[in-house]
Design a protein. Sequence first.
Lengths: 116, 109
Amino acid sequence: GAVVSQHPSWVICKSGTSVKIECRSLDFQATTMFWYRQFPKQSLMLMATSNEGSKATYEQGVEKDKFLINHASLTLSTLTVTSAHPEDSSFYICSARDGNHQETQYFGPGTRLLVL
Amino acid sequence: GQNIDQPTEMTATEGAIVQINCTYQTSGFNGLFWYQQHAGEAPTFLSYNVLDGLEEKGRFSSFLSRSKGYSYLLLKELQMKDSASYLCAVLDSNYQLIWGAGTKLIIKP
């Protein structure tokens, strides 16, 4: 099946620093990528949807200036958490949609962020 | 609004059968997914139903009734490793996934 990778898988940073998370589709072209956040014992929360070459669409309540998303190529999207604070500590998961199969999203393994 | 309902938690015995229900109300429908998520890991795909009926895949089966806005995931011959959260998600008219809150399944020996 299709593979999506995320890097890093784990990051610990100090409050106020910025963290970049990469999401790559390894064997297909992802016209659309999704970024989710999941707090402990809660369901996935969609943060934003990004289409290659255009600006991301953010869900209500998600600060676009704090969570910068770039989807510059068909295989790579990045999420940058700017000036991270302890409340941003969470599990961030990306998923990618194959342009030829709109019904399927493939999930990355997730990135666990801990802000001290 | 859009809504997906599934039980918060279920308990079952190893070797038994369990059915996890999901009801939905969404703007449009392009299919329903079931995902399995172990603690601390990303979801993994289990099934996709877009037509009414039962889809069987090994120990797992998924059923869909579009007229009733209803689906269930059936797990047979339960194993301890099946302890996980099971997420129901519907693809709406914009091909956006609408997620349920997940059902935590606890398997007891």
